[in-house]
Design a protein around this ligand. Structure first.
Ligand SMILES: [Zn+2]
Ligand SMILES: [Zn+2]
Length: 253
């Protein structure tokens, strides 16, 4: 399934042109220091026809592998038939802040159901990633201290443990990475030393760290023990056994 998803995303990515985004270094530094992500919705080169085709194909793949509940499949198929999602629906999803989806008790008010957010996120990834690729090398992330993505505001669903040490969080939407202290929980800011539990996969490629203060966890891809680069949609699924272990121990995804 992961392979089918990645192939569909690559097919779209290969047809995209790279957007040119003007950068005023001082302005960007100010925005980052203030905790404001720097990519606005209008910067992303969406091709809506391509986007909707990808949305339909991805929903089909997820339905075929029983990842989605039947009512969600019906809803997504209906959206496809109606020529949706519309740009404003994607914009509403894009602008839904990380804080809202992660603050206590707010999950149910986050708007889009999880399955819709999942398919939107997968469909938007090639477009977002292209935009962020064009920026990543040109932006100094030093002023950024937040746990959400400095480019698009997405949540940190994964982390990388680079060969050089430390930790980088990975955006679930655009796959940008940014440094974040290894010993701090990105969800509640708790210091993790002596207050967390780690689970490591048998091949040592993945490490999950659960925070004992808020019970949430982050999975990491350990570059030091991997023979290939990180691939978001592949590694998110390949590391699912660790999620099961963490859930059993009372941590929340
Ligand atoms: Zn992002
Ligand atoms: Zn925490």
């Amino acid at each position: 399934m992961q392979v089918e998803i990645v192939v569909l995303q690559h097919r779209v990515a290969s047809r995209l042109t790279t957007p040119w985004i003007e950068l005023d270094a001082e302005h960007v530094a100010r925005e980052l220091a203030a905790g404001r992500p720097i990519v606005s919705f209008g910067d992303i080169p969406f091709d809506w026809r391509e986007f909707r085709v990808l949305f339909r194909l991805l929903a089909d793949v997820l339905a075929r592998y029983d990842v989605l509940e039947p009512p969600d499949v019906a809803m997504l198929k209906a959206m496809g038939r109606e020529g949706r999602p519309e740009a404003r629906e994607v914009e509403a999803w894009y602008l839904s802040p990380f804080e809202r989806s992660h603050s206590a008790g707010a999950a149910s008010s986050a708007g889009a159901p999880d399955s819709l957010a999942t398919v939107l996120s997968m469909s938007a990834r090639p477009f977002l990633a292209r935009t962020v690729d064009a920026l990543h090398q040109r932006v100094n992330l030093a002023p950024w201290t937040q746990a959400f993505c400095p480019f698009c505001g997405g949540a940190p669903e994964f982390a990388l443990l680079p060969r050089t040490g430390g930790r980088r969080l990975v955006c679930a939407r655009c796959t940008a990475t940014w440094p974040f202290p290894e010993q701090t929980c990105p969800y509640c800011g708790n210091a993790l030393a002596g207050c967390s539990t780690s689970f490591v996969s048998t091949d040592r490629r993945y490490r999950l760290t659960g925070c004992d203060a808020c019970r949430k966890y982050v999975k990491a891809f350990d570059v030091r023990n991997a023979d290939r680069p990180f691939l978001y949609d592949v590694d998110a699924v390949a590391s699912l056994p660790l999620d099961a272990a963490a859930l059993q121990r009372g941590y929340l995804g």
